[in-house]
Design a protein around this ligand. Structure first.
Ligand code: SF4
Ligand code: SF4
Length: 315
């Protein structure tokens, strides 16, 4: 598999990054052994870039999958914390649960605007200190918003930016697909490492699987492409695609048929917390129960993390 340097971070990563949201409790909820097997398959396929987040609760899978693996691995994690102490706690948790001395890339999760980026200055200051101490090797930001990618290009502390980008422009906010592509080029030109999130629209573009891949692989200024995966078969298929090798039709058919949907159980109390958490405006209340606008839902499962009744699942 091709490896590229992630901008000024100097981290050398495989073009395909294994996203772990899909295997964790917000989605497939794999057993520890199943999750570790997915991680290990990725490593054996030449993928050395693994992405997680504080929210995902997937550190255990990664730690187990790495047992006995001696080649270099780049791990990226993220947190929503905006305070110095809060971010310190999140980094310490990641180090502890992953059983590592450092995290390669630690990012501010899902930044919404230039203003929220400014509001996270104390958390960024902690990451700067952690980088000086060698606890974190690079600092990044993930976002769905065009102006945040532009702001990262100008920010002295940001080494890496991870924007949402896909053939349909699903989930992009504050501009069009063309605007996001222009912002990505700007960040790349400024020296940021840039890697994509949700190139398959969180599963929504599986019907356009080949077209979605063709599009994203042709955005050459992307150093890497992160795809959430939950089975060894998916890992092998996606690795073949990134390597430019044919994927057997039967495997493509299995992946394309894997239709996921957000499901909300009958016992929903209508409290509205999930709707406040969803940045896509995909949830709405009707007759005291929450409902989904499936055409807007990116199947991220973030709303499930705030439901006190455990009503929401990506199935
Ligand atoms: S957070 Fe849970 S209980 Fe509250 S409205 Fe959403 S689905 Fe219903
Ligand atoms: S409804 Fe839930 S799963 Fe869908 S985009 Fe919103 S937060 Fe993500």
């Amino acid at each position: 598999m091709e490896h590229r340097t992630l901008g000024r971070s100097a981290l050398v990563v495989s073009r395909l990054c294994l996203g772990t949201l899909t295997m964790g409790p917000l989605q497939a909820n794999l057993t520890l052994a199943e999750g570790a097997r997915v991680i290990r398959t990725a490593l054996e396929e030449g993928i050395n870039f693994i992405e997680t987040a504080d929210l995902y609760e997937t550190y255990d899978y990664i730690r187990e999958g790495l047992v006995g693996w001696t080649k270099p691995v780049v791990i990226a994690s993220r947190s929503y914390d905006y305070t110095y102490e809060g971010m310190r706690t999140r980094v310490q948790k990641a180090l502890h649960q992953l059983n590592r001395d450092y995290i390669d890339l630690f990012m501010l999760h899902e930044q919404e605007s230039r203003l929220t980026l400014k509001g996270h200055a104390p958390a960024l200051e902690y990451l700067r200190v952690a980088k000086e101490k060698g606890l974190v090797r690079a600092i990044g930001v993930s976002t769905h918003v065009v102006e945040v990618v532009e702001a990262c290009a100008e920010h002295p502390l940001i080494d890496v930016v991870q924007p949402i980008i896909n053939v349909a422009g699903l989930g992009i906010r504050g501009g069009t697909l063309a605007d996001m592509l222009a912002a990505i080029h700007k960040a790349k030109k400024a020296g940021c490492g840039v890697y994509a999130m949700k190139p398959l629209g969180g599963g929504n573009l599986l019907k356009r699987f080949n077209q979605a891949w063709e599009f994203i692989l042709n955005v050459d200024c992307l150093d890497a492409i992160s795809v959430g995966m939950k089975t060894p078969a998916e890992v092998k298929a996606n690795a073949r695609i990134v390597n430019g090798e044919p994927v057997p039709d039967d495997i493509t058919a299995i992946i394309a048929a894997d239709k996921k949907q957000l499901s909300i159980a009958d016992w929903c109390q209508g409290c509205g917390r999930c709707a406040s958490r969803c940045r896509q405006g995909a949830l709405f209340l009707k007759d005291g129960k929450m409902h989904v606008r499936h055409e807007r839902c990116l199947l991220c499962g973030y709303c499930a993390s705030v439901c006190p009744e455990f009503c929401i699942k990506v199935v």
